[in-house]
Unconditional design. Structure first.
Length: 105
């Protein structure tokens, strides 16, 4: 099994990924950068935006649980190994960095 580190950054969508690994990484990145209730045909897709009003520690704990559940549900080929956060906590800016294991590669 291969491990990848994925951050919640907005990159362009590649409609023809060269490998399955690239496709899985892009799918996880899409999950991390999509807020629930913003996808018309699947309102449960993504991560809740309601954590933005919580204190940093509570927001990180809630987001971690949501990230793990969302990746398990929407990208079953990947398993979350860890979730860390990057950013400036004093300014309220935190960005998840997720390490995943890819099944079958």
């Amino acid at each position: 099994m291969q491990q990848l580190d994925i951050t919640a950054t907005l990159d362009g969508v590649n409609f023809t990924p060269a490998t399955e690994l690239e496709e899985i990484a892009q799918n996880v990145r899409t999950i991390l950068t999509t807020f629930k209730k913003t996808v018309p045909m699947d309102r449960e897709f993504g991560i809740s935006a309601e954590t933005s009003d919580l204190p940093i520690a509570a927001a990180q704990a809630t987001m971690t649980a949501e990230i793990v559940a969302a990746i398990n549900r929407f990208e079953p080929r990947a398993r979350v190994v860890s979730v860390d956060y990057e950013g400036v906590e004093k300014e309220g800016i935190v960005q998840p960095k997720v390490r995943i294991k890819v099944n079958g590669t």
